[in-house]
Design a protein around this ligand. Structure first.
Ligand code: 5CA
Ligand code: ZN
Length: 409
């Protein structure tokens, strides 16, 4: 699958800082030490509806990770998937009388447009579940051959008991796991399962549903977690730096992914850091396609909202916080964008070097974007109130805001 065009990332004077980031698995901040090529996998959309502000907030967090790494002169090897076949997509296509593949294609195209408008840097490999099937099948076969999988009526399940590390991403107890499994695509009540939370690796073909040749597995389609494991291992290998997504992916998705990879390779963890963004709510409830309480990025753009203002609205919240989208949040971002644009529109201003360092330090400290915005605010106020004589300082600020925060002034 093709991704979307990259916006340019201006080079900045001085030295970038290494990222310290909160890791869900160890429960604390860790100092990442990627090699010259940093490796990140970010879980992509299930394309049955348009990109909403919650999605955008999560992708914004991982875009910042990339930007911090690029500022340290590293290359970034970024992989993202598209879950272009799964129950919710098929159900929505069915409900609306649409062809599931056409729906997926159309919503993925819109996602690309939204990401481009928001200046999110594209993945190097953008891979759909369907195109990953030839790589998924041998992994499921291997899990079965290793005794880590079992069959119920043609469906193949992963046995969580095969992984001694199971539970070490989410640290949840069995009751909480069972609850979340039921909420998030699992089938804990199906008779015959060894453990209620065991997830499906391969679903045997159902009448009226798409299916693919699964070799010795028979016709069917892949489970959700093995999809991301197959794509990540194929393009990044074990022990990559960050696996990212929203906090609703901690369990079961990232826990199961780590388990599949451990059973396949004998290594743990698949990612050095498991990084999760908070949930964005609307009217007091998590924004979600299934509930329909959504603010779409494309709808805001259609209403003439500047994508840079949307981006500033996202950046005003720490990525790990749960927060609520309101008209005021957007209005504050529009106002801030106006101030910043006015401040960089003059040829000279207050010195910019210290500001660049403050933005760097804020982001290196667990992606503290609100602190970075506050630093730019202070510079803009100085500029507004007393100006400055540093020729070119506004240009440096503008480049730093673009390179490190993805906001074009
Ligand atoms: N295709 C899978 C991942 S492999 C999936 O979860 N797709 S999704 O379309 O449901 O979500 C895409 C990303 O947006 C995920 O990282 C998810 O955690 C995140 N996300 C979904 N809703 C919200 C929300 N309300 N706030 C913040 N992030 C969200
Ligand atoms: Zn995923």
């Amino acid at each position: 699958m093709h991704a979307w065009p990259a916006s340019e990332v201006p080079a900045l004077p001085g030295q970038g800082r290494d990222l310290r980031i909160h890791d869900t698995a160890t429960g604390g901040p860790i100092a990442l030490d990627p090699g010259p090529v940093a490796r990140i996998y970010v879980c992509g959309i299930t394309p049955y509806d348009a990109t909403h502000i919650g999605h955008a907030a999560t992708y914004n967090a991982f875009d910042l990770v990339q930007r911090v790494w690029l500022d340290t002169k590293r290359q970034v090897h970024y992989v993202q998937n598209v879950t272009d076949v799964d129950d919710p997509l098929l159900e929505r296509a069915d409900r609306d009388g649409l062809d599931w593949a056409a729906l997926a294609e159309q919503e993925t195209a819109l996602f690309r447009e939204d990401m481009t408008a928001l200046r999110m840097l594209p993945p190097r490999h953008y891979i759909g579940a369907v195109e990953a099937i030839p790589g998924i099948v041998p992994l499921v076969e291997r899990l079965r051959d290793l005794g880590a999988a079992y069959e119920i009526d043609g469906d193949i399940y992963f046995s969580v008991e095969s992984d001694p590390h199971f539970g070490q991403v989410s640290h949840l107890d069995a009751a909480a796991m069972r609850l979340l499994s039921a909420e998030r695509g699992g089938d804990p009540d199906r008779p015959g399962k060894k453990n209620p939370v065991d997830p499906m690796l391969w679903m045997a073909a159902r009448d009226g549903e798409p299916s693919w040749d699964g070799g010795s597995l028979g016709r069917g389609r892949p489970g959700w977690h093995i999809e991301c494991v197959a794509i990540a291992l194929d393009h990044l290998g074990m022990g990559f730096d960050v696996q990212g997504g929203g906090s609703d992916l901690v369990f079961p998705h990232h826990e199961m992914g780590a388990s599949h990879a451990q059973a396949l390779t004998g290594e743990f963890p698949m990612a050095k850091a498991y990084v999760h963004a908070g949930m964005v709510a609307l009217h007091g409830e998590k924004m979600s396609k299934s509930k329909g309480n959504l603010v779409f990025v494309s709808a805001l753009r259609r209403d003439g909202v500047d994508p840079a203002a949307i981006r500033l609205a996202l950046l005003a919240h720490h990525y790990r916080a749960d927060w609520e989208w309101t008209d005021q949040v957007l209005q504050d971002a529009v106002t801030r964008l106006g101030h910043w644009r006015a401040a960089v529109s003059r040829p000279d201003g207050p010195p910019a070097e210290a500001l660049v360092e403050e933005i760097r330090e804020a982001l290196a400290n667990d992606l503290d974007a609100p602190a970075a915005l506050a630093a730019v605010d202070r510079w803009a106020v100085l500029q507004e109130e007393s100006g400055g004589t540093d020729t070119g300082a506004p240009g440096v600020v503008s480049r730093a805001v673009d390179a490190l925060l993805g906001v074009a002034l």
